[in-house]
Design a protein around this ligand. Structure first.
Ligand code: ZN
Ligand code: MN
Length: 490
């Protein structure tokens, strides 16, 4: 029997659409789903004589991202023309960055399910412009919409340090979180703001020999699901192909594949072009970019705490579970709102529950951020403290939270007006417990019996007290009184 072992090797190229107001080299506004060809001008239409002008905001966003990915930022960079012919590219070249990317040799850290963190090296980060869109939805002809032409894209290329389909997905999610925290991209998958191109092959050990399967590149994946599934499929397909044909990597045989979302298979598109096919050369219409110290320092002031750092801080400083910390830091507004509320005084775990279980739900219904519900961190901290002190039940805190989104009132006021304050007065509650005990001799006997019936009887007696107090009794206090009475053997 042959002895076979293999490792999946993946490098990822990601295109991220930057959230600038206007395009990369002209003043056309970026508006999603605008009427076709309504956001175009001589520059992005590629008309003769029209001159491009660099969008400074896009360059700053690119540098900010490069810094957060631990990259070296180029002090000098330039623009290059990448020539190819396609109907959605009216200039017949794309303005990109070839040999001097704005960022290089960095890394990204991704949290793995086992709690470990994996470092994936970043080869380069560069800026370029997007092409338009070909539309094939009508008749036996195609249409071209150039609204997207000239949209600023950040291309991020990793080293082949990724070793499973799951790691590819985790990296993509982490990158989405980072660019959203930085505010450089909305990173909305539905709008195609992030597009992925994994390069996949296998390193196979068979009978003490090592083989490398031919690398394939899967083009244009725009969902996490398609990304993960296509890499998993491609790894299995390559393994089967190797076992069947023994085919190994040779130079110049990199294939480009597409992903068929319906059949869930990769399909061959074309043999990959080499860099020289693109005839890269410096764009004579654009001046090089010099990133001086002063500008770089200015951009660095816009760096924020990154999501993974924040997630780890919530665990170490506030004692949250990694899961809860992950839920909160999936959204910067929620994470900051939580953080500010804890800083306003209040138990972190309690606040986390209020934010994740109630706040995010209401925010989702209202289609806004949890920080935009009209509740200040101070007021939410007050609410958390009331639960902590036993003044209100956890259930009541949800009702009060909802009310707080509709009124300016303090949680204490709302609790009073809705009669949600719990009775914790032991003397008062003791009287009610006595009444319940006197009225239910059978249940009392069952509760004291210590056998199977006792738990149910105990619950019944608790329920009677809660009913008499219309649910306002503090259950911990009632339970304490009840158990001491039953144990005394009344
Ligand atoms: Zn334009
Ligand atoms: Mn590109």
């Amino acid at each position: 029997m042959t002895n076979i072992d293999y490792k999946v090797i993946v490098g990822l190229e990601i295109h991220v659409q930057l959230a600038t107001r206007t395009k990369m080299f002209c003043g056309c506004e970026l508006i999603f789903a605008a009427e076709p060809n309504s956001r175009v001008c001589p520059v992005c239409l590629g008309l003769p004589g029209a001159l491009p002008v660099m969008n400074k905001q896009a360059v700053e966003f690119a540098i900010l991202t490069a810094l957060s990915l631990n990259c070296k930022v180029a002090e000098f960079t330039k623009w290059d023309r990448k020539s190819y012919y396609y109907p959605d590219l009216p200039k017949n070249y794309q303005i990109s960055q070839y040999d001097l990317p704005i960022g290089s040799t960095g890394f990204i850290e991704i949290p793995l399910p086992d709690g470990k963190v994996k470092k994936i090296r970043i080869r380069r980060v560069h800026l370029e412009e997007d092409a338009g869109k070909n539309i094939h939805s009508e008749g036996n002809f195609s249409q071209v919409d150039l609204n997207r032409a000239g949209t600023p894209l950040l291309e991020i290329v990793t080293e082949p340090d990724i070793n499973s389909a799951e790691e590819v997905r985790l990296l993509a999610i982490e990158l989405q979180r980072i660019v959203r925290f930085l505010g450089v991209s909305e990173a909305d998958m539905q709008k195609g703001h992030m597009r992925f191109e994994p390069n996949v092959n296998l390193h196979i050990k068979k009978d003490n020999n090592e083989y490398k399967t031919p690398i394939t590149e899967i083009k244009n994946l725009n969902s996490f699901k398609a990304l993960e599934k296509s890499v998993a499929f491609e790894a299995q397909r390559q393994l089967a192909e190797f076992l069947d044909s023994g085919k190994v990597m040779q130079s110049g045989n990199k294939k480009t594949l597409g992903w068929d979302d319906i059949r869930e298979v990769t399909v061959l598109q074309r043999e990959k072009e080499e860099a020289h096919d693109y005839r890269y050369f410096p764009d004579p219409d654009l001046v090089p970019v010099v990133v001086n110290k002063k500008w770089l320092v200015e951009i660095k002031t816009k760096l924020c705490e990154l999501p993974l750092t924040m997630q780890n801080r919530f665990v170490s400083e506030y004692g949250l579970s990694d899961y809860d910390a992950g839920v909160l830091t999936a959204d910067k507004a929620a994470a900051e709102f939580f953080d500010n509320t804890v800083k306003a005084g209040g138990d972190a775990k309690r606040i986390c529950n209020l934010v994740t279980q109630t706040g995010l739900k209401i925010a989702n219904e209202k289609n806004c951020k949890v920080s935009q519900l009209g509740i200040s961190p101070q007021k939410l901290a007050e609410l958390a403290k009331m639960v902590e002190a036993g003044q209100i039940s956890a259930t009541a805190s949800v009702t009060i939270f909802e009310k707080m989104t509709q009124s300016e009132s303090a949680p204490q006021q709302i609790a009073e007006s809705l009669n949600l304050l719990q009775k914790s007065d032991e003397g008062e509650l003791e009287k009610i417990v006595d009444e319940v005990i006197a009225a239910n001799p059978q249940a009392v006997e069952d509760a004291k019996s210590g056998d199977k019936k006792s738990k149910k009887a105990n619950g019944f007696l608790m329920g009677q007290v809660m009913q008499k107090t219309k649910g306002t009794a503090n259950p911990q206090v009632v339970a304490k009184i009840l158990s001491s009475k039953l144990n005394k053997g009344i």
